[in-house]
Design a protein. Structure first.
Lengths: 325, 327
């Protein structure tokens, strides 16, 4: 296994109370594998990724428990100095906002060159040449002259390509893409995802695709984990998850989005209510107040993540049968 | 185009150019951003017209021009037979009561210093439709209609979630009992599980109040769910317009085809078999749109003619219009 996350718990201690952003998340990822992490805003997807990279601002945030074992080493136990060597070098990240994650006063070449200098010890002409190669790799036309440009001279999609080039510059073992296509248009989204999938396949990089869009993940991920209120509530290989969803929340999500390949329904079936506040989580099962399948049993025992099939895990005491959306 | 008495809104050759100026004191116009460049369509009473396209293609500007929030550079916006562009002052205000807008950003479109009740009730005051006890009753009723509680009238926007704020925006639009609403990406900023709630609400309201919608969105699956007819915009122009089933089952314009193929379907088994058209490059700047067909720079089937001649906007039968040389 390349990455094993075990019972990760991250909390934010705020004036209003303790925010349980990540509450016992476990998953693993093999080399070269692509995982999709799906959930709505505020469910803890990004905090989970930030925790893996130890980028949680402290205070108010703190990783209060669990292990993040990357290539046999617990990242939560090593020194900050070692961690800095891993970030960007072995684990790289692409952020959602291509506008704000690039430095506006440095040229693109300078910014990509920086990680090459820091991690690979390249200098001058060599770094520049490598930068141009990287820009070509992500499909930026006229790379040799674009390298002198500043971020504002690039469109949103192009900036996100630059981010991908930067992330892949050091040949990382793991790439974390946090909502990489949320800020761009559908046709650009398709371009970016194809590039990312092709490059990670060529380079043998494992990929975690964090998104709220169930559609994106369906095409690109080998396996999918669904998060709700700080916990993974279902995980399975993609075909299994979409073909045979078991958790009421997953079923609800799949039913609530209109699909292009289905005949137009008279009405969508929404999930009632709102996601819970992470400060004040409902007791026992966090999805209970919104669940349409709930029975008395749900109010008695906290659901555990249990196996319901080949690599298919569900956190629900009912594990609904045959709920294909 | 077909005409008849059931046409509520008829937009003819609408153009909206934004001037680009240079100079500090003596400003000189140097160019035009052609945000909307000759758009014609009509909307029938009680139907929903979906308007799709990527960001910057002019969908929102078109919507705003219809409501005269921008003064169009050229063209006509005939609402109930009257040209909105020629109306001024009180007359325009009277017409505006019949048309409202729901905005995309549930955070930016509500004044944080006003209570939810005063936001919803403001149109009632402006148009002198109600006051005092009657005003309060109507506000309460509007809240109930959009699925909120009347007691929430005294709360401020920050006390609501994104989905609830969008409901406040809907209630405000309904306050003056309009017959026509431009919904500008009303569900794009909210979470998936909340999206469906809002879509259902909009549909219920349409039936209940006999509303006509223009539904602007970039999510083609949502537009398909809601619309009777769909118009696809690219770089300030409509490239294809048709009835929903026809557009999704039999898209003619290469841009429509690419857009549809780029929408992911939440099912890996289906996705594995789908063919994708990946468009090369970015949308050109509306400051210097390409000559000829404005899509030719990214079009996978472009021929030399496309680079020179602007394709004619023509009817291919059954309310299906398209602008493309290759069709």
């Amino acid at each position: 296994m390349l990455l094993e996350v075990k019972d990760l718990k991250t909390r934010f201690f705020t004036e209003d109370g303790v925010v349980k952003a990540v509450e016992g998340v476990s998953f693993d990822l093999a080399e070269g594998e692509t995982m999709g992490l799906v959930g709505e805003s505020g469910c803890g997807k990004s905090v989970t990724m930030m925790s893996i990279l130890r980028l949680i601002p402290n205070p108010p945030g703190l990783i209060v428990g669990g292990k993040v074992i990357f290539q046999g080493e617990d990242l939560l136990a090593i020194e900050e100095e070692e961690m800095r060597h891993i970030r960007g070098n072995k684990i790289a990240m692409v952020f959602q906002e291509p506008m704000t994650s690039l430095n506006p006063v440095l040229t693109i070449g300078r910014q990509i060159g920086e990680s090459l200098e820091l991690h690979k010890g390249m200098e001058g002409a060599q770094a520049r040449e490598e930068t141009i190669n990287l820009l070509r790799m992500v499909g930026i036309p006229d790379a040799a002259s674009r390298v002198e440009n500043y971020p504002h001279q690039f469109s949103g999609g192009m900036r996100q390509r630059v981010m991908i080039a930067m992330a892949l510059s050091c040949n990382p073992k793991l790439l974390i893409a946090d909502e990489p296509t949320t800020a761009v248009d559908v046709t650009i989204q398709a371009q970016l995802l194809e590039i990312m999938k092709r490059l990670t396949r060529e380079l043998g990089t494992a990929l975690i695709l964090v998104t709220h869009n169930l559609g994106i993940v369906a095409r690109y991920a080998d396996k999918v984990a669904v998060m709700y209120a700080g916990q993974i509530i279902e995980s399975a290989p993609s075909l299994e998850l979409y073909g045979n969803p078991k958790h009421p929340y997953t079923i609800g999500l799949l039913k609530s989005v209109p699909r292009l390949d289905e005949s137009v329904k008279a009405k969508l079936i929404p999930i009632d209510g709102l996601p819970p506040s992470l400060i004040n989580l409902p007791p026992i099962c966090s999805f209970l107040p919104r669940c349409v399948y709930a029975v008395d049993r749900c109010r008695e025992q906290e659901p555990q993540l249990v196996s319901v099939g080949d690599n298919h895990y569900v956190r629900c005491c009912l594990a609904i049968e045959g709920g294909k959306a | 185009m077909t005409t008849g008495d059931n046409i509520l809104l008829d937009v003819r050759n609408l153009k909206m150019y934004f001037p680009v100026k240079t100079g500090v004191i003596f400003q000189k116009k140097v160019a035009d951003i052609k945000a909307v460049d000759g758009v014609s369509f009509y909307v029938k009473r009680g139907e929903t017209l979906g308007l799709v396209g990527e960001s910057g293609c002019g969908k929102t500007t078109t919507g705003r021009c219809i409501l005269q929030l921008y003064e169009p550079t050229a063209g006509e916006v005939l609402f109930e037979g009257k040209d909105m562009c020629k109306l001024h002052g009180g007359e325009l205000r009277q017409m505006r009561r019949k048309m409202q807008m729901i905005f995309q950003d549930p955070y930016g479109s509500l004044n944080p210093r006003m209570t939810c009740g005063s936001i919803i009730g403001e149109p009632l005051t402006v148009h002198k439709l109600a006051r005092g006890k009657e005003w309060r009753e109507q506000v309460g009723e509007l809240l109930r209609v959009v699925g909120l509680n009347p007691y929430m009238a005294d709360r401020y926007p920050h006390e609501f979630s994104g989905g609830q704020r969008q409901r406040i925006g809907v209630a405000r639009a309904l306050a003056v009992k309009p017959s026509f609403i431009v919904c500008d990406e009303p569900v794009s900023a909210v979470d998936v599980s909340i999206q469906a709630q809002l879509i259902n609400l909009l549909e219920e309201l349409q039936t209940e109040f006999n509303l006509t919608y223009i539904f602007i969105a970039h999510d083609l699956a949502v537009v398909r769910h809601l619309s009777d007819r769909v118009a696809v915009m690219y770089l300030g122009k409509i490239c294809e317009i048709s009835r929903r089933e026809e557009l999704y089952d039999n898209p003619l314009h290469p841009y429509t085809k690419a857009l549809l193929s780029a929408v992911p379907i939440p099912d890996p088994a289906v996705e594995a078999k789908r063919e994708r058209i990946i468009l090369a490059g970015d949308v050109p700047s509306p400051l210097r749109p390409p000559p000829g067909c404005n899509f030719h720079t990214r079009c996978p089937v472009a021929i030399p003619e496309c680079r020179e001649v602007i394709p004619e906007w023509r009817d291919v039968g059954g309310e299906h219009w398209v602008a493309c040389h290759r069709v």
